[in-house]
Ligand binder design. Structure first.
Ligand code: LR7
Ligand code: MN
Length: 563
């Protein structure tokens, strides 16, 4: 009996092992992929493959011959800047410099791709790329590791050059010494420009037809480059980025990021990673397929050079850091291109919790200036939500946007509404009544007439010119607002209205909240308690509420944005 059981276990074990091998073999069989011409073949010497029943692990780091650093004396370079005993290792770079220095410049990292990526094949005639890395006071060890990882893990024929833009770092040698490495060029800014103008400077001197942008503290992973260049070669309007893995700022461990994320944002133009919408996730049968993304994180992407130029490079009036990724993302989508994340391309990045460098104009003001420029040029009427979410942006300087507006017109780009409907429908628009705006009907605006009621009057402008009586919808609920008394009650924004039951007139009133709620019904505004709609009937007479009738001009109200 015991023997029978032992035999059964042995048979099951053998069957399990055979099954596993069969499964792996199946997955390495050639498959066709519908949206990529990158054909798949059995193992190409990377990742896992089965050779006559043996499982072999191949690592790029070991199969690629040691690269030459040319004239650079790596040891001396690193030793030239070292943490002094007792110094806080986080002080200068907001990551643990001691750990970074200790690691060396050539460490192996785990191939974090889905195993199926290893069997993809790419065109043999991919165009080469110029790698553009801008930095300001980057640590030598992270900068060198970024460069070496590129040289170690990219097919040499694809690297035309590595352009370093030293954005006025304190020590010019950080950059100059690295130019001793073959293919590495160093440009130094004569003053601090910020990453946006620095990248444009790099792009302008690039000699390859494809641009690849990297932050100065990255480590690229196995076969990171081919998938991105392939997608751009197939369609030059695609702007592609890798999955960005996490390099721990404490111990520099290389950690795989989730493959189910894309770039998103909230109305304050704060970037965030978010889950791919569930329907798209369910539809993804092939984990090697690109992921459409509404925005890119900004630092690591590949873009055709003439497309970059055609689309207007970057907004060079943006300073130091921030916002340029929204501006670029909106522009790419709205002007005929697309953005995607390629799961078979992985690049590690040291994510930090604070900026280790100064902002000459202050961090907050710079971010507001940059995002305000993006919102003003690209977001059309949706910019109101940006201002509601970031009230401190109102009135802050952002320079002239005339050139960018002209660019948008010249490129004949689609409206932001199109972007909202087609690219990012998941971004919830705050409810219409929750927006700070005056209400317009034809050329006239809703206005409070003392305590007598509401009427229509000439729209008197917004901001400083706004008359206190001009009625606005309240930002906090579905109430109409206006008039001095109640404005004071509601911190300059809301006042209340109620129905005078005898005449069904609408008057400003400061009490009885429940009587003052209105909700949009098409373009009409419905008084919630009575179910009737706000109606101008005669333009000069008092406003009343009447039976709701869709599409009637006297019941049609258009919110006019207040910036
Ligand atoms: O004045 C400056 N001059 C520079 O050259 C300020 C910065 N820089 C350099 C800096 O050395 C670095 O190489 O610019 C690069 C980006 O600066 P970081 O690393 O401080 O920025 P980050 O990683 O916090 O910011 C992300 O968002 C930025 C918005 O402006 C840029 O687009 C960064 O490139 C971007 N980084 C990434 O997308 C990597 C993934 C992180 C995420 C999310
Ligand atoms: Mn960074």
């Amino acid at each position: 009996m015991r023997r029978i059981r032992a035999n059964a276990i042995a048979i099951l074990t053998v069957a399990w092992i055979l099954g596993t091998f069969y499964y792996l073999w199946q997955d390495n069989k050639p498959q066709s992929s519908p949206s990529s011409s990158a054909s798949q073949t059995r193992g190409r010497g990377h990742g896992q493959k089965v050779v006559s029943g043996r499982l072999e692990i191949h690592r790029d780091d070991r199969t690629i011959p040691l690269i030459l650093l040319g004239g650079l004396d790596e040891k001396a370079y690193l030793a030239g800047k070292q943490l002094k005993p007792g110094d806080d290792p986080y002080r200068d770079h907001a990551f643990n410099l001691q750990e970074s220095d200790r690691l060396g410049s050539e460490r192996a990292i785990r191939d974090t791709r889905h195993y199926r990526c290893a069997s993809l094949n790419y065109d043999t005639d991919l165009p080469s790329t110029s790698i553009i890395i801008t930095f300001h006071n980057e640590a030598r060890s992270t900068l060198l590791r970024t460069i070496k990882s590129v040289l170690m893990r990219s097919p040499p024929s694809l690297i035309q050059e590595i352009i370093l833009i030293d954005d006025f770092s304190s020590d010019p040698e950080d950059c100059q010494l690295l130019a001793q490495i073959p293919k590495v060029r160093c440009l130094r800014n004569g003053r601090r420009e910020g990453l946006i103008r620095s990248r444009v400077r790099g792009a302008n001197t690039a000699s390859a037809s494809v641009l690849t942008f990297l932050d100065s503290h990255c480590e690229v992973n196995t076969d990171w480059l081919q998938p991105m260049i392939q997608r751009v070669k197939e369609d030059h309007t695609r702007v592609v980025s890798p999955i960005i893995d996490v390099i721990s700022l404490d111990n520099f461990a290389y950690l795989a990021a989730s493959a189910d994320l894309r770039g998103g944002f909230d109305w304050s133009l704060h970037f965030k990673w978010e889950q791919i919408p569930i329907e798209q996730k369910m539809a993804r049968s092939d984990p090697t397929q690109p992921i459409r993304t509404p925005v890119i994180a900004g630092g690591i992407f590949v873009m055709d050079k003439s497309w970059f130029n055609h689309l207007g490079q970057y907004d060079t009036h943006m300073d130091i850091w921030g916002g340029e990724n929204f501006e670029l993302s909106f522009r790419v989508w709205m002007c005929g291109g697309s953005l995607e994340i390629l799961p078979c391309s992985r690049v590690g990045h040291v994510f930090r919790k604070r900026h280790p460098y100064d902002f000459p104009e202050g961090n907050a003001l710079t971010y507001i200036k940059n995002t305000r420029r993006a919102a003003e040029v690209w977001m059309d009427e949706y910019k109101q939500y940006y201002y509601s979410a970031r009230p401190s942006a109102q009135g802050k300087a952002f320079g002239s946007i005339a050139d960018r507006v002209t660019l948008r017109r010249k490129l004949n780009c689609k409206p932001f509404r199109w972007y909202m409907e087609n690219v990012y429908p998941e971004l919830r628009v705050p409810e219409q009544e929750a927006v700070s705006s005056v209400l317009r009907q034809g050329g006239l605006c809703l206005e409070a007439r003392g305590t007598d009621g509401l009427g229509l009057a000439e729209c008197r402008g917004i901001g400083a010119n706004r008359l206190p009586s001009q009625v606005r919808t309240a930002p906090l609920g579905g109430r109409l607002s206006g008039n001095n008394t109640t404005r004071r009650l509601c911190k300059d924004i809301c006042a209340f209205c109620k129905t005078k039951n005898d005449r069904d007139e609408v008057v400003p009133f400061s009490l009885a909240l429940s009587l003052q709620k209105w909700k949009p019904k098409g373009t009409a505004l419905q008084h919630m308690v009575s179910g009737l709609c706000l109606d101008s009937q005669t333009p000069t007479g008092p406003l009343v509420i009447t039976q709701c009738r869709p599409q009637v001009a006297s019941q049609s109200w258009e919110p006019q944005i207040i910036t």
